[in-house]
Design a protein around this ligand. Structure first.
Ligand code: F0G
Length: 446
């Protein structure tokens, strides 16, 4: 199926369109973020095609958990059944991105959070080739980078983005510069980025400072930003909910739960649901729950009216941007962090906040926060089920428990939780289990 696509400003009062080969991140008229928009509605009979592609019949684009759904993210405007065209345009790690990730029941987690095993499914995105959900969006972003002839990709990262970008760049023989907050990255992620040959640029400060520096650097004509403010990253990450929905025969769950950092993931989940509803693929809309770390909880503060007594909302495309700026000033003035051991989500200024608000509005979402200790328990109980996840992903489990405890979630709700990355900071698990006061610790014997 061929497709025509363009970029469009997400501000409903603006709606300016840009050609698909534009590398703008923000609208040049009103500075809102951009969306990829497709001109044709993909027909629902594609559900069968996606299912059949699980038998890949020799094609890595069917094997790929991202490109298997290529009709729903066909910004390359290709004939999707023509494999030669796919191989000319679509960037893939030999079909491995998204291939291993699908929802699983984890009985010990269900037991811990207090629901029937059938009602909770967890999707380990850490089983991507670079070890996090980022590979879903990097496959699509690097596809677009190649469409526009970029030679170098650039990102700021709390670790996983740099590992994923480095892996794709090395495979595609591109350069890759990564801006990292010095001393605040899990060693496992740092070593991946070095190993894949990225040029590391250490920034004094936190992720937010590194991100600002990386955007400045990407103004160079041959460079290309692969952070999740890039609308093409969002396209690939839509396949995370697609895989969950397909697993449920497109029978929509009640909740989809994510840890919140820069809010690219919930933005892509929101966009996927907005489109699926518009295209007539789904009727019911699941609620998105975002779980912030207590020490990096900008969205929690603003969404729940903890700052200036105002609940920040999408507000039909006119969110109170001044409130966000005021909060950032307040954060700087009072030196409020971000600070959490879950370094992946140690982010104070979520770059996708406006798209995130749109996702929350569309899905009647909610935002809560959990402590470092709760995240570590969440991470550890996932481990006891034989699945690997990192501390930030533990937020998903901790958040689900909290939302069930306070009855925001009902016991018979169907819940999908996204486990965003695998363990790349081994000392966290070692320290956890060596401290017998921890809930799930199994201390070593001598
Ligand atoms: N979980 C993990 C494991 C992450 O690495 C990230 C973000 C998130 C959750 C948050 O996702 O930003 O879409 O809300 N890591 C980025 C990075 C920022 O640079 O690797 P988000």
């Amino acid at each position: 199926m061929k497709q025509n696509a363009h970029l469009v400003c997400i501000n409903p009062k603006c709606g300016k369109k840009f050609e698909i080969k534009s590398t703008l991140i923000l609208c040049d008229k009103c500075e809102f973020l951009l969306d990829v928009e497709y001109e044709k509605s993909p027909p629902t009979k594609l559900k069968d095609v996606f299912y059949q592609r699980r038998n890949p019949q020799g094609s890595i684009y069917n094997e790929s958990g991202v490109w298997r759904f290529r009709e729903l993210l066909n910004f390359a405007e290709i004939e999707t059944e023509a494999l030669e065209e796919c191989s000319k345009h679509l960037v893939s790690l030999d079909g491995a991105e998204g291939r291993q990730s699908k929802p699983y029941q984890m009985s010990k987690v269900s037991n811990f959070v207090g629901v029937d095993n059938d009602n909770l499914l967890l999707q380990p995105e850490g089983y991507n080739p670079s070890g996090s959900f980022k590979d879903n969006g990097m496959a699509s972003a690097v596809t677009h980078a190649k469409m526009v002839g970029a030679k170098k990709i650039i990102c700021a990262s709390t670790g996983n983005t740099s590992a994923s970008a480095g892996m794709f760049a090395a495979n595609e023989n591109m350069e890759c510069d990564v801006y990292i907050p010095d001393g605040q990255i899990a060693p496992g992620k740092l070593s991946q980025a070095y190993q894949f040959g990225t040029q590391m640029i250490k920034v004094k400060g936190n992720f937010d400072d590194a991100f600002t520096k990386s955007l400045d650097a990407a103004k160079d004509a041959k460079s290309y930003t692969v952070n999740s403010v890039n609308p093409f990253r969002i396209e690939g990450q839509k396949t995370i909910p697609y895989r969950a929905l397909e697993f449920l025969d497109w029978d929509v769950p009640d909740w989809i739960v994510y840890p919140g950092g820069a809010l690219g993931n919930i933005s892509s989940c929101g966009k996927s649901l907005i489109e699926l509803q518009k295209w007539g693929w789904i009727k019911k809309i699941p609620r998105i729950a975002v779980i912030n770390a207590e020490g990096a909880d900008t969205l929690y503060q603003l969404y729940n009216g903890k700052f200036n007594n105002e609940n920040l909302r999408w507000n039909n495309g006119s969110p109170n941007l001044d409130l966000i700026e005021k909060y950032y000033e307040h954060m700087n003035k009072h030196d409020l962090g971000p600070k959490t051991k879950a370094t992946a989500i140690q982010i104070g200024k979520p770059a996708n906040i406006v798209k995130g608000l749109r996702a929350l509005e569309f899905t009647n979402g909610c935002v809560i926060e959990v402590s470092d200790k709760e995240m570590l328990d969440g991470m550890s109980i996932v481990g006891l089920n034989g699945f690997d996840c990192e501390m930030a992903s533990g937020a998903t489990v901790a958040g689900i428990k909290k939302l069930l405890d306070d009855e925001t979630m009902k016991k018979d709700d169907k819940i999908i939780g996204i486990l965003t990355g695998r363990q790349k900071e081994p000392l966290l698990s070692i320290d956890y289990h060596n401290d017998s006061t921890n809930k799930f610790a199994i201390p070593p014997r001598t």
